[in-house]
Design a protein around this ligand. Structure first.
Ligand code: PMP
Length: 439
């Protein structure tokens, strides 16, 4: 019956009951019926290379994940108030990933939830309760989730032009530290953005609303996969601590081995956030998120009642989480993310010699953004070209999407199983699409 599926009628069925603003991909999206490693198979039996799926970090339909989840479902799945071993096992394994060169971890507390939004929401609650403060500083061009609190600190303006002037009064927005395009550019940009942040923080202290936390994605996903301006992450940590605020790193997209050099993106930035939130890759599609912090911070939650999430960290979710960590380690996927990601970025940089439209390859490992412009002098974002490239890639069996505030960046965040050959086929397809200008 899979093969009888008709894309137009599937879309009509979906549109009938979803709100009009629900995000979906492509003008005429394919209907997918199977996934395998880095590929998705549509209802017509056509394989697509999946370059955007940072949820399926260990690849689609991994047999070890399937076996672990099936086994757990057949044995025990209950709410997280009961005692079962996988919850502590998974939490300990997550803490292991945060160990530094000296073998110790700055963290000793993990709270498991169901999604990135929940993790962000909980992190905000922890920070406000632990500091006894209400104000939160967030960065422009950021996405942090859809709940009322996570949405309040979401500043992305491309689909909500009022994002910056409609934040609630407990939210303060500071500039996004993008040294490629933004208020400050090139060398010295990190220090200039840090000076701006210090000004924002001083203003809050002077107004009697010193902040509870400063939150940022460790790599700026919604700005196009841009690594923060050099020195900014460290300066941000110092600035936050100077005014008694906690730092929260949103690693929902960029954490979990994806950036290659380190398991967490913040580690490559040389900082130790007070609170780390993650989700997506943790369960490889099984709902699972986490807040990682120090117990002295998470314990404070008790001052405002008990915390409990029915299915957050359920036995099935924990079994999935453990299987994902096993596969990441056993298949060397962090090293693969570094090797294949560097290879891919190097080849795209070579392509830039032939294509004026390629202005930059941002990011680290297998979290990249390829920024497309009309010309490199003006750096005018070319959203129309980016959308056309995605449609043309789809016609060639490659799934890719536009991202960034300006919708002119091609996402590169495939399963970490991506091979050098698959990376090459992506770059070759991109080269062909840009060369032919057939859209
Ligand atoms: N933070 C970031 C950086 C994200 O990209 C997302 C999801 N795109 C979230 C938080 C929210 O995660 P979820 O969709 O799992 O609620």
């Amino acid at each position: 019956t899979d093969h009888a599926v008709d894309a137009a009628s599937e879309q009509a069925r979906r549109n009938a009951f979803l709100p009009d603003n629900t995000e979906r991909y492509y003008a005429r999206p394919p209907v997918f019926v199977r996934g395998w490693r880095s590929h998705l198979l549509d209802a017509d039996g056509r394989a697509h290379l999946d370059m955007v799926n940072n949820v399926a970090a260990i690849g689609h339909s991994h047999p070890r994940l399937q076996a672990a989840v099936t086994r757990a479902l057949g044995r025990l799945n209950t709410n997280s108030r009961f005692l079962y071993r996988d919850l502590a096992d998974l939490s300990e394994r997550i803490l292991e990933t945060t160990r530094g060169a000296d073998g110790t971890s700055p963290y000793d507390s993990v709270v498991l939830v169901n999604s990135g939004t929940e993790a962000v929401d909980l992190a905000l609650r922890m920070a406000t309760i632990a500091t006894g403060r209400r104000q939160v500083v967030t960065h422009a061009e950021g996405y942090h989730g859809w709940s009322t609190a996570a949405d309040a600190i979401t500043t992305s303006a491309y689909d909500n032009p009022h994002a910056l002037d409609s934040r609630p009064s407990w939210v303060t927005v500071t500039d996004v530290p993008n040294a490629f395009r933004g208020t400050h550019r090139g060398e010295g940009a990190g220090a200039a953005y840090a000076a701006d942040l210090n000004g924002v923080l001083d203003g809050l202290v002077d107004a009697g609303t010193a902040p509870a936390a400063v939150i940022m994605e460790s790599i700026l996903g919604n700005s196009g996969g841009v690594v923060p301006a050099a020195g900014y992450s460290v300066a941000m940590q110092e600035a936050a601590h100077r005014v008694g605020a906690l730092t929260i790193a949103d690693e929902v997209q960029v954490g979990y081995a994806r950036t290659g050099e380190s398991f967490w993106a913040f580690q490559a930035e040389g900082v130790t956030p007070d609170v780390v939130v993650c989700a997506k890759a943790m369960g490889n599609g099984v709902p699972l998120g986490a807040v990682i912090t120090r117990k002295e911070i998470s314990d404070q939650l008790g001052r405002e009642g008990t915390f409990f999430s029915t299915t957050g960290g359920s036995p099935v979710a924990c079994a999935a989480g453990l299987a994902v960590l096993d596969v990441l380690a056993d298949e060397g996927l962090q090293a693969n993310a570094k090797a294949v990601g560097d290879h891919l970025a190097g080849r795209v940089a070579e392509l830039a010699a032939q294509h004026e439209s390629i202005a930059a390859v941002h990011g680290r490992g297998l979290y990249r953004g390829i920024e497309l412009v009309t010309d490199r002098d003006s750096l005018t974002p070319d959203a129309a070209l980016t959308a056309a490239v995605c449609e043309a890639l789809l016609a060639r069996g490659v799934i890719d999407q536009a991202t960034s505030e300006r919708q002119n960046v091609l996402k590169v965040k495939p399963p970490l199983t991506l091979t050098v050959e698959e990376a090459d086929s992506y770059v070759d397809a991109l080269d062909e699409v840009l060369s032919r200008k057939w859209f």
